[in-house]
Structure formats: structure tokens, C-alpha cells
Design a protein around this ligand. Structure first.
Ligand code: ATP
Ligand code: MG
Ligand code: MG
Length: 393
């Protein structure tokens, strides 16, 4: 049996492993953590750091093709692996997605093709740039200062209203390379999952509408009518154009903002991309005939890419570690009996032993015969679990 490899052992790796195993593959996971969610379920677990040459050699020796499940795997590591094995997505595109400055430059470079641009922004890497942004880019305030690298779930971001706050925020972020982005009046957010093969074939899912609470994804709405059709079509076309322009191979998620109508951006603004399956696509496991993880397996293993079909409307609720704590701060397992007695609930737990506030422990997808019943069950489940973002269901 052939073996597929994955750099990183988090929940995305775990769901990738499950999809690969269903097709009869062995898997090898490289992750330093003995208890990593993917390592626990994989045939091989190479328990070492992401840049250990011996570990990388072992992964390449075992595997027919290799992918990555987290954004911050060192791009040079992927380059090393690519010398002997197909690696998808490749080091160059992962490198772009790892750096907001390069990412925004890429979005700008293909704006004519994609028909979308990003929020107005300025690069901030030096004290001189800080001074010139303070003096000349009042149009970016109020704004969000974001570190160019290593931010996720709203970490590495500070909201600033004035030039003084900007200076303080940049100091707070350690003077790291940053972008200052204009704060936009969002009416909604959505994301699009695209899978592209080695031969350039592309398939995609319909855009899902996402609700974030405190910078973390809380709720995903995945059904017809979740957003205006014209906007959904534009977002999907834009994500496909971005994937083609990158020469991307594998599953790519592109996040978009929807801004107030009549704005200079024509309603749709590209935010960022993730070079992998994405939290907002977890509903595809239960609501589609091929999931985002199935497509990742197909893409990297050079199997045909099926155009996925969604067979049920769905809402996904993220389960953060907060759910494991009661009002007194006591830790206990949520009431799964009550949740799973609701119709159409699909519980996914990632096998993480220690619940912490903000930590992604699992997700709950609700499917049903129609949007109304899905919403009704999702509201009940969210209320039982005391989840954030309930008013957005
Ligand atoms: P992820 O976990 O998705 O990678 P991240 O930390 O990279 O998140 P972003 O996606 O840049 O962060 O921002 C997180 C959230 O903050 C967005 O989903 C959106 O709700 C809000 N946000 C970010 N940038 C802007 C902006 N320019 N205007 C308004 N809201 C914004
Ligand atoms: Mg991000
Ligand atoms: Mg984001």
C-alpha cells in the first residue's frame, strides 16, 4: 500500500489521515508532539521537529507524496522534501501564504484576473516607515495592525485608532514586520475552498459564510441562500483565479470580506488565504459527497478531482476549550448526550486531552432536510453548549 505524508499533526492532519485511510493509504505524520491528534491515528508517526533532517529523510523515504496541514511549516523544509517527492502545496506558495506582505502583493498582482482587491494597507517594517505611515496614511485609521508572519485566530493583531496608538501597537508587537490595514465596515465574511490538481484541473465548493467571535471562527453557514448569488459567484471565481495564478496544487482556502454596498470595493474584498483545508470547510465532511480532505488526498495522489456536490444544508459550530468550563471555572465534559439527541448532529472531537480557553477541541456540524430545521437544531445545540455567536445563527 502507498503512503501519504503530512507535515503537522493537528486536527487538520487528523482529518486528512482519516480521508487517506478510507482510500486504503497508509499515512505518515511528522510532528514533535507524542499526543498530536493526527499522530495518534496515523500508521507512522515521526516524532521530531519540522526541520530535523533525519525525520524529513524518513518521511520522504516512506511517502509517495507529502502535504502540510499547518501554515507555519518552514518553507525550506518543503523545498528539501520536494527534491525527492511530490509536495503539494509547494514551498513557494506556502511561503507566500505565510507572509501577509507577500500575500497581499500576490492578491494585487492578480487583481485584474480575480476581480477583487484587498483592504487598503501599508507595509510597516522600519521606524522610518512607521513615521511616514503616521504622517501620510491617515486614511488607514482606524485600522488593524497585523504581524506579517505567524498570526492566526486574531493573534498578532492590534486595533488602532490614532497615529499614537499605532506606534504603541507596533512596539507591543515587538517592531516585527507588519501590515496596517484599514478597518472596513464588514457586513459579512465568507471563504471559498478550491482544489487544484497537478494538471491544473480545478474544482470548488460554494462559498460558506463565516461568523467570527473575538477573531476566531465560531459559526459557518453552508447552504444555498447563505449570501447573495452574485456575490457568491464572484467569490468563487476570484478564488479559482487566485489558485490558478499561484500554480497551486492541493486544497486552498481564500477568505473574503463583504463590505457595505456602494463602497469603492464593489462589495467583495479578499482578506487572506490558507494553503490547506480550512476550519470553515469542516462541514464538507458531513454535508458533501466529497470533503475538503478527500480532495486534498486526490490532489496530492494524482487521482481525478471530483466536483463535490453538497447534499444537505449545513451549519458548523466550532467547539473551543471554553465549552469545557462552567461558570465557576470548573472543568467538565459538555453534555454530549443532550447534543447528540438532536437530529442531524455530527460531533467531531480531535482527541486533545487538555481543554484550554480558545483551543479548538472539536466541531459540531448540523445537517438536515432544509435550512429552517438546520437552523432550529443549531440554535438549540449552541444554547445547550453555551456557544458564542448564537445570535448569528
Ligand atoms: P485566521 O485564524 O483566519 O488565519 P487571522 O489571525 O489570520 O485569522 P484575519 O483573518 O486577518 O486574522 O482577521 C481575523 C478577523 O478579524 C477577520 O475574520 C475579521 O473578522 C476581522 N478583521 C480582520 N481584518 C479586518 C479589516 N481590515 N476590517 C474589518 N475587520 C477585520
Ligand atoms: Mg490567517
Ligand atoms: Mg482569517
Amino acid at each position: 500500500r502507498a503512503t501519504l505524508g503530512v507535515m503537522g499533526g493537528g486536527q487538520l492532519g487528523r482529518m486528512f489521515v482519516h480521508a487517506a485511510q478510507r482510500l486504503g493509504y497508509f499515512t505518515a505524520v511528522l510532528d514533535p508532539d507524542a499526543q498530536s491528534p493526527a499522530g495518534l491515528v496515523s500508521h507512522h508517526h515521526i516524532q521530531t521537529s519540522y526541520d530535523d533532517p533525519a525525520g524529513l529523510a524518513q518521511l520522504a523515504h516512506l511517502c509517495q507524496a507529502i502535504t502540510t496541514e499547518f501554515e507555519n511549516v518552514p518553507a525550506p523544509t518543503l523545498q528539501t522534501l520536494a527534491q525527492t517527492r511530490p509536495v503539494a502545496p509547494g514551498a513557494a506558495v506556502v511561503g507566500i501564504a505565510q507572509n501577509r506582505i507577500a500575500e497581499k502583493a500576490h492578491f494585487a498582482a492578480c487583481a485584474d484576473l480575480s476581480g477583487v482587491s484587498c483592504a487598503p494597507y501599508a507595509v510597516l517594517e522600519t521606524p522610518a516607515q512607521l513615521r511616514s505611515v503616521q504622517a501620510e496614511r491617515a486614511d488607514l485609521l482606524p485600522g488593524i495592525l497585523k504581524t506579517a508572519r505567524l498570526g492566526y485566530d486574531g493573534k498578532g493583531q492590534v486595533r488602532v485608532k490614532t497615529a499614537e496608538e499605532l506606534a504603541a501597537a507596533w512596539a507591543e508587537l515587538g517592531g516585527a514586520a507588519c501590515v496596517l490595514e484599514k478597518m472596513l465596515p464588514l457586513t459579512a465574511e465568507c471563504s471559498v475552498l478550491v482544489a487544484r490538481g497537478w494538471d491544473g484541473q480545478v474544482v470548488s465548493f460554494a462559498p460558506q459564510r463565516n461568523v467570527h467571535v473575538d477573531g476566531i471562527l465560531a459559526v459557518t453557514h453552508a447552504y444555498e441562500g447563505n449570501m447573495p448569488v452574485a456575490l457568491a459567484d464572484r467569490a468563487r471565481d476570484a478564488a479559482i483565479a487566485i489558485a490558478h495564478h499561484l500554480g497551486y496544487v492541493g486544497v486552498l482556502c481564500v477568505e473574503f470580506f463583504v463590505v457595505e454596498d456602494g463602497s469603492e470595493h464593489g462589495g467583495l474584498v479578499v482578506n487572506e488565504m490558507a494553503p490547506r483545508p480550512h476550519n470553515s470547510g469542516h462541514y464538507t465532511l458531513d454535508a458533501c459527497d466529497a470533503s475538503q480532505f478527500d480532495l486534498q488526498v486526490h490532489a496530492m495522489a494524482s487521482l481525478p478531482l471530483p466536483q463535490p456536490r453538497q447534499h444537505s444544508p449545513a451549519i458548523m459550530l466550532n467547539l473551543l476549550g471554553d465549552v469545557w468550563f462552567d461558570a465557576e471555572g470548573q472543568l467538565h465534559e459538555p453534555d454530549w448526550q443532550a447534543v447528540l439527541s438532536l437530529p442531524g448532529t455530527h460531533l467531531h472531537l480531535y482527541g486533545k486531552a487538555d481543554a484550554r480557553a480558545g483551543r479548538k477541541m472539536g466541531h459540531l456540524t448540523i445537517t438536515g432536510p432544509d435550512v429552517t430545521s438546520v437552523k432550529t437544531v443549531a440554535r438549540r445545540a449552541a444554547s445547550l453548549l453555551n456557544l458564542p455567536g448564537q445570535d448569528a445563527i
